[in-house]
Design a binder for this molecule. Structure first.
Ligand code: TXA
Ligand code: MG
Length: 385
């Protein structure tokens, strides 16, 4: 299939959609309404979109992504008025969450109406709905005149895509159009909350945190067990996507975490411990891997930087690996760390890294979502110190 790349230059430079860009989005919208596939930017990650009401389009999405067809798609809308036709009922809880967080990085699961084909929902009676805030996503949905079904725009099992370049790497020749709207602002996929039952349950953590949800609902929200641990084969997770290996870089990956769970205990001392373990691990494995990347915070990096330089220097010309240090940002800026995770994992692949050692973070606020993605990328290989 021929893929066309539309670079939304005016959008990239100004953050606004001007005349020229509008024409490109109009053309892409025509592709969606004709049953084709369009990759588009959202505030979370890029999406691989098709007409959510057209079963053939849904099947094409699974095929383009190489995704098992029992893993349902998220349906994107651009106004609240279209929600009523797509779902059976909207609970008070759902309304509170919609009022608080839509448009934005939150997906809600509802009982589906008969308008939504089972191909879109992977055979489920429920449907995931998201109302994104990104102006390109919203204009595309508006112009297509239909809700857009879109999983993250990566090949199944690869890290999600947060720039159009990532989408070109994974999906060139597999979709009709790629709309380049620059880097996604958040960098992690939306928070998913199931509001189809009696009480709300978080199925995937994201930029809307558990604390944000609890504040609006005035009570703590349930969490699907698949979020915090690997799911055994006989348990069926509520979000079918949870059971697949996700975000996997080509390299082996291991996560080094502090046993302390809360940030007030994550003093300098526990970062020191994690840094010490990362360095010990580097010395232990350096003869077995040719390229090792360490993904860690600025604080952790400052503790091992000098030793790693020395190790790299010692190994130049000798048998042993080259170690790449990647500064993910300060632990005081979780938004920066979240923003770069998928790009950094992809960069490790590009640089031919064969082992990634990543620092774990205290599971609070946005770090819950960060850790969820890191654990999945590491296939749950975790060292606790
Ligand atoms: O930020 C996002 O949510 C991005 C952008 C493009 O909107 N989309 C995204 O889609 O991350 P995807 O397909 O990569 O992840 C959707 C997750 C999957 O784990 C899927 O199993 C779950 O949502 N899901 C979809 N429909 C569901 C349903 N009816 N019940 C439970 N889980 C559902
Ligand atoms: Mg995905």
């Amino acid at each position: 299939m021929d893929t066309r790349l539309f670079v939304l230059k005016e959008f990239k430079n100004t953050g606004h959609i001007l005349g020229l860009d509008e024409g490109m989005i109009q053309e892409a919208a025509g592709v969606i309404s004709a049953g084709g596939l369009v990759v588009f930017p959202t505030e979370t990650v890029y999406g691989l979109g098709g007409d959510a009401l057209n079963r053939e389009s849904a099947l094409k999405i699974y095929h383009a992504k190489g995704r098992p067809s029992d893993n349902p798609l998220i349906v994107h809308i651009s106004d609240l008025a279209s929600l009523g036709d797509l779902v059976c009922a909207i609970s008070d809880t759902a309304r509170t969450l919609m009022d608080s967080f839509w448009p934005g990085p939150m997906t809600l699961i509802f009982k589906k109406s008969s308008l939504i084909p089972y191909e879109t929902t992977g055979g489920l009676d429920t449907v995931a709905i998201r109302f994104p805030v990104h102006p390109v996503a919203r204009m595309l949905i508006d112009m297509a005149g239909v809700p857009i079904a879109a999983p993250s725009a990566n090949l199944s099992g690869h890290p999600s895509t947060t720039t159009a370049e990532h989408c070109v790497d994974d999906l060139w020749g597999r979709v009709d159009v790629i709309l380049d709207g620059g880097a996604c602002e958040i960098g992690l996929e939306s928070s998913i909350i199931d509001v189809s039952g009696v009480s709300p349950v978080i199925l995937r953590p994201g930029a809307i945190t558990m604390e944000d949800l609890a504040t609006q609902l005035k009570k703590p929200v349930g969490v699907d067990p698949a979020i915090s641990g690997s799911v055994s084969k006989d348990v069926r997770p509520k979000a079918p996507g949870m059971k697949y290996r996700h975000y996997a870089p080509r390299a082996n990956m291991v996560l080094v975490c502090s046993k302390h769970e809360k940030s007030d205990e994550t003093s300098d001392a526990s970062i020191e411990k994690v840094a010490g373990e990362i360095f010990a691990l580097l010395e232990e494995v350096r003869l077995r891997f040719s390229r090792i990347a360490v993904l860690c915070s600025a604080e952790c990096l400052s503790k091992i930087d000098a030793q790693v330089r020395e190790l790299n220097h010692k190994m130049a010309g000798q048998k042993g690996s080259h170690i790449i240090l990647k500064n993910m940002g300060s632990v005081t800026e979780p938004y920066r760390i979240a923003h770069d995770i998928f790009a950094d994992l992809r960069d490790c692949d590009r640089q031919g890294v064969d082992l990634i050692i990543a620092e774990g973070y205290p599971e609070e606020g946005l770090f819950v979502a960060v850790m969820n993605r890191l654990k999945k990328a590491a296939s749950w290989q975790i060292i606790e110190v």
